[in-house]
Design a protein around this ligand. Structure first.
Ligand code: GLA
Ligand code: ZN
Length: 669
């Protein structure tokens, strides 16, 4: 039975609609106009304060909260809730001047000068002290304000600092982790190139002008930096929570963002939120994957879509406008995959600064008779109609795809057998095979509980942590189906190769032994030839020379010196089975492969749809909400079958064939 999660805030039990609002850039006359227009567009939540530090604290001992009082009161008077941000993503210039340790150092360890944003050292004691102090003041001043529904700590934590403060903290972190230098040297394999450390203070961050080829060091610095920034978040969160224990707290994440391990971050957030800015070449499946990844961070708890552009970004090479209807389509795409909000960056375009050409609900003309304003307002009205019918509903999956940040980091860091490992692309490729079939997928992580799934796919699981290996074995033994690929089971969590070769601790469950790994040039392919003669499919990039030990050979390579050797195997293990795909296979192979795997498990799609039309479900104890999303620019006919469903937006009862407009969406119950 599916659960219904409680709303993020009991003050706002509906899908939030709104976004980033920067009133400090505007005069009170503009604020009044903003409030009027927000009301008109059905805005229910405004995120304020994101970069307001200097506007709130122009000097260390001077505070100017009055303008924010007025803004928050004004929003409240217009029925708009406030997502209140702490301003710590951009420290004031006076702070960098007075306390240079606040400034971040680049990859050469050279301290940067003041400017831009996210330019603070996460381990700076002064940054920690002053950001916690500001958080405390905000909580004291606004914690009881009826408009405030959520804390938004800082903004898009990220990147890394390589300063001496961080170096010192890193050594402490390593001491706590390894105890002795001997242990560290062993785990990092430092006898290679004579890199043995003989004193702790010889250890430096992996700076570009120093040691950055010790992979154990690199992966640990990645973990340390992610933790350091998480400590910054915790530092502010704890200050807020001490005063406002009932207001939930988040920070905005960025999807598949490498420098931070969001799985670890999510445990510290009350609700996960993220900023969705697809690349022009992102297919709907790629966007859906990122929503599913975000939902997975807290094991299925609905998340907030914190930012998306209403029209265009400005920081990409080419910033195409979202075509009419696409904003609505992608907003519901997010909701269908577990979002409980539709929020934008940004409400009003600033007149200056590097984002003056970034899309906004209100553009420089300041008008409401625009396409974007109309589309936003229509969405606002629809979200109002949906009321509380969708929020809190779960997304139920029987299939999981495993994604692991340490693995991603280590795989990209490894030198050979190809430079570009394409981990994320490969995970997406396997995900897309399910997406095309309208099969719901959960994204899970190295520490997730796998036991509730029937199929678990872990492409390129290069780094296998001991507990993950045990879980996979237990999962298959109990009847689960596990699928993995080439480049799996090479190293342990320190990036040390397994002593008994590949696929390391997965050898027993997979029943194969990988003797060699071949790298293919861009224009080179091999062929996966099915043993039952059902097909032959091209494969590329990387190919393993693999021996089946207990596994059954389902397909062999078609050419080269390993022609006739296993390309795809299946190993019966306990009550389940584990598959190994020894090369990078195209969708042409993955589609029929997963069709068979799904069939064996009796997992089917809720509906069969024409190409480019997605069906996704959110479920609550007593009802299922079905989203039919047409990603094609043209109208298509979708057969809903004999079941009668209610259209939640129009109230109509529908069944059988329905026409879905180009970029159209139907939400059915
Ligand atoms: C990010 C930031 C915003 C803004 C947008 C622009 O998501 O959080 O402040 O810079 O990008 O796309
Ligand atoms: Zn630093």
């Amino acid at each position: 039975m599916s659960r219904r999660y409680p709303p993020v805030s009991s003050k706002a039990p509906y899908l939030w609609h709104g976004g980033d609002y920067n009133p400090e850039q505007w005069s009170p006359e503009v604020w009044s106009e903003d409030f009027r227009l927000m009301q008109k567009a059905g805005i229910t939540a405004a995120t304020v304060g994101v970069f307001s530090w200097v506007s709130l604290q122009p000097a260390e001992d001077r505070f100017t909260f009055e303008w924010l009082d007025e803004v928050i009161d004004g929003l409240h008077a217009h029925g708009i809730n406030v997502i209140l941000a702490t301003p710590s993503a951009a420290q004031p210039a006076w702070m960098s001047q007075a306390y240079p340790d606040v400034l971040r150092s680049d990859a050469n360890g050279v301290r940067k000068q003041h400017g831009q944003r996210v330019n603070y050292c996460p381990n700076s004691p002064n940054y920690r002290r002053l950001s916690a102090d500001m958080a405390r003041r905000l909580a004291e001043r606004y914690g009881q304000h009826p408009a405030v529904i959520l804390w938004h700590v800082s903004n898009e934590y990220g990147s890394a600092c390589y300063c001496d403060t961080c170096a010192g903290k890193f050594r402490e972190w390593l001491q706590a982790k390894y105890g002795t230098l001997d242990e560290l040297n062993a785990r990092w394999w430092t006898r290679f190139w004579g890199h043995t450390y003989t004193a702790w203070d010889q250890i430096m961050p992996p700076r570009e002008n120093a040691e950055f080829l010790t992979h154990g060091l690199n992966v640990d610095y990645f973990r340390f930096m992610s933790d350091s920034q998480l400590d910054c978040y915790r530092n502010e969160r704890d200050a807020l929570r001490a005063i406002t224990p009932d207001i939930p707290i988040t920070t905005n994440l960025m999807g598949a963002y490498k420098p931070l391990d969001y799985r670890r971050w999510a445990q510290e957030l009350d609700v996960v939120s993220w900023d969705c800015y697809p690349n022009p070449n992102h297919a709907p499946a790629d966007i859906a994957f990122l929503h599913d990844l975000t939902r997975g961070l807290k094991d299925g708890q609905p998340f907030l879509l914190m930012e998306q552009t209403p029209s265009s970004q400005n920081w990409q090479e080419i910033n195409a406008l979202k075509r009419p209807g696409v904003l609505r389509l992608w907003s519901y795409l997010a909701v269908a995959h577990g979002a409980d909000s539709v929020l934008y960056f940004q409400w009003r375009r600033g007149r200056g600064g590097c984002e003056k050409l970034h899309g906004a609900v209100i553009e420089h003309a300041g008008r409401e008779d625009t396409r974007v304003f109309r589309e936003v307002s229509q969405l606002g009205a629809e979200l109002h109609t949906l009321g509380d019918q969708v929020i809190g509903a779960a997304v139920d999956a029987r299939v999981a795809i495993l994604f692991d940040w340490d693995n991603w980091h280590a795989l990209d860091d490894a030198i050979g057998p190809v430079r570009d490992k394409r981990y994320l692309d490969t995970v997406r490729k396997h995900y897309a095979a399910f997406y095309r079939k309208n099969i719901t997928v959960d994204v899970v992580f190295a520490d997730s509980d796998l036991s509730k799934y029937e199929i678990v796919v872990a492409p390129m699981l290069y780094m296998v942590k001991a507990e993950t290996a045990q879980q996979i074995e237990a999962f298959v033994a109990k009847g689960g189906t596990f699928v993995t690929t080439y480049m799996s089971g090479l190293v342990d969590e320190n990036d040390l190769a397994f002593e008994n070769g590949y696929p390391g601790p997965l050898s027993k469950v997979l029943g194969v032994w990988v003797e060699e790994i071949d790298a293919l040039y861009e224009d080179q392919t091999n062929t996966i030839i099915m043993a039952d003669r059902s097909g032959a499919y091209p494969c590329r990039h990387i190919a393993d020379v693999v021996h089946a030990e207990t596994a059954q050979v389902l397909a062999t390579f078609g050419s080269d010196f390993y022609a006739g050797m296993p390309a795809v195997t299946r190993n019966a293990y306990g009550n389940g089975a584990a598959y190994y795909i020894a090369s990078d296979a195209d969708p042409a192979f993955l589609d029929p492969f997963y069709r068979d795997v799904l069939q064996q498990k009796g997992i089917g799609a809720p509906l069969k749809t024409p190409s480019g039309v997605e069906v996704a479900l959110r479920t609550q104890a007593d009802k299922t909400i079905m989203f039919v999303l047409n990603h094609n620019p043209r109208a298509v006919t979708v057969d809903l079958g004999v079941v009668e469903r209610r259209d939640l937006l129009t109230g109509d009862v529908v069944s059988g064939s329905v026409i879905v407009d180009g970029y159209g969406v139907h939400i059915l119950s």
